[in-house]
Design a protein around this ligand. Sequence first.
Ligand code: D5M
Ligand code: FE
Ligand code: ZN
Length: 570
Amino acid sequence: MREIDVQEAFLEAGYQISPEAADLIVSHSLPEDLVCYVLEHVDESIFVIEAEHIDVLSFESECGTTLKDGSGKSPEQLTEASPQITVSSQGISEEKTSDPVASSSTITPGTTSVMNSPASPRSKKYSSSFPVGYGSGGGIDRSTGAGTNGNGAGNNINIMSDITDMSTCVGEYMEFVQYFRNRYSKLSDLIRGRITARPIESLNKNRKHGGGLRRSGGGDYSEVSIIGMVSEVRSTANGHKMLQLEDPTGSFLVLVHQAEKDLFEEASKIILDEVIGVTGSLTNDGSLIVAKKIILPDLPNISHRREGTWGKAVFTSDVHIGSSTFLEEEWCNFLDFLNGKSDNEQMRELSKDIRFLVIAGDLVDGIGIFPGQEHELDILDIYDQYAKAAEYFSQVPEHIQIIISPGNHDAVRQAEPQPRFPERITSLFEDRVIFVGNPALVDLDGVQVLMYHGRSIDDLVASVPGVSYQEPEKAMIEMLKRRHLSPIYGSRVSIAPEKQDHFVIDPVPDILHCGHVHTIGIGRYKNVLAINSGTWQSQTEFQKRVNVMPTPAQVPLVDLSTLKTSLLHF
Ligand code: D5M
Ligand code: FE
Ligand code: ZN
């Protein structure tokens, strides 16, 4: 077992592990069993497993007994657009417009069937026991309280949805079934108003009775609509697209003809596990539907934008405090800006009525997140990293309300939705800092912001043609069209099977705020402003290897009455 396998095993189970502890495990003769033993015995209040938490002597004595009586446990397998003004410290420098529409083709095949058959969810590394209800106690009053938090400046914040203290799952099979049913139910309801869909079972019955739907009441006898979760996408030998859709009653094949150019292009962007509606004609033998129309849950065309509120909000993420590539000087320039201490008059003017500072994850670099990370850290202790963060935030003027949600580098469980930071971390910060989970929907005095770190952007870049790391707002627009923050199951995002699907985008926010990919992106889709807030970390060794080009030290600033956005450079 390699150190990285040990780190992964603990991350999947929701813990971080120090390099010394990982080393201790790797150097043992039974590393897998030791991992299993530590996970079974570790106190749930611990977030970082240190060498002192590994009781090798007890393990060895227990291990000896179990081996003797022949019931030696193998390690439990841990498987299972509007114009944007760009402002630099020298002032306005550039105008940027983002085209919200992506285009083009290719698709990943795969199969899953979790709503109506006993097949297991698509093979996925999964912890069998999530630490439930992380972060309970402490901090709850100041972050959720009665749902609002008013500070001296009247910056009312209402946390509208957040997994914190609501997690119930332990990762059992039936929970996945329930989770996917909930996803289907929520997303199909969004489509149902627009088509009259029938249960898939009714199509299969027709097939059994001789094929083809019979004319009922003299109408078009073959036009049907269904709503299903996409369980397979593949190209046929003739270059058409074949989709398998699944609803709670059964599954059915849908063919998208390549001659139907627009429809075919739409089908090329379809990804596994999203929920779509299809209208089309049944073939004579009743075995498949030839699609005429594909309907995504999408945002409503007509929606009344909320009025907004006075003042401004700044959005950031991926600060990566503790990393040796953290851009401290630029970050301190940003803190100066918030304090109205920029050299530039225009920047001082812009800083005047900032009311909210919103941070969407990866506040610190963490420890044990990737192999060899200890060589790229300035602060080696996770709590010291958060203490440093707290010190920085204490320099933010008191009239600015700070809201922080976690990312994959932070010390909470890796499975999403992630709860807010535990008490041991939140207590390091001043009371005025509000901590929420990931994702979380927060209402900033009338402007609703959906915060999501954005790990699923890695999946969307890999699966949706036209979506790239350079334009992360396009990935976010794909989320909005699917009304789902993390549609693909079983790839980069570990989804914890909570009773409710917390990734469904409902209600529609005013602003969708993500980070994770370390590139700035600002776009607009219908009435929603999509912001990816970049990073404060320069290119890491890992990013050099995989050619990730970050755009650090840039901060989107949004006028909360108009949602006009300026991009500040530090
Ligand atoms: O992620 C920062 C960016 O780097 C994001 O685009 C993902 C990419 N990244 C990070 N780690 C990996 C691995 N292991 N494989 C592929 N791509 C990766 P951050 O969450 O800040 O590390
Ligand atoms: Fe990051
Ligand atoms: Zn990240």
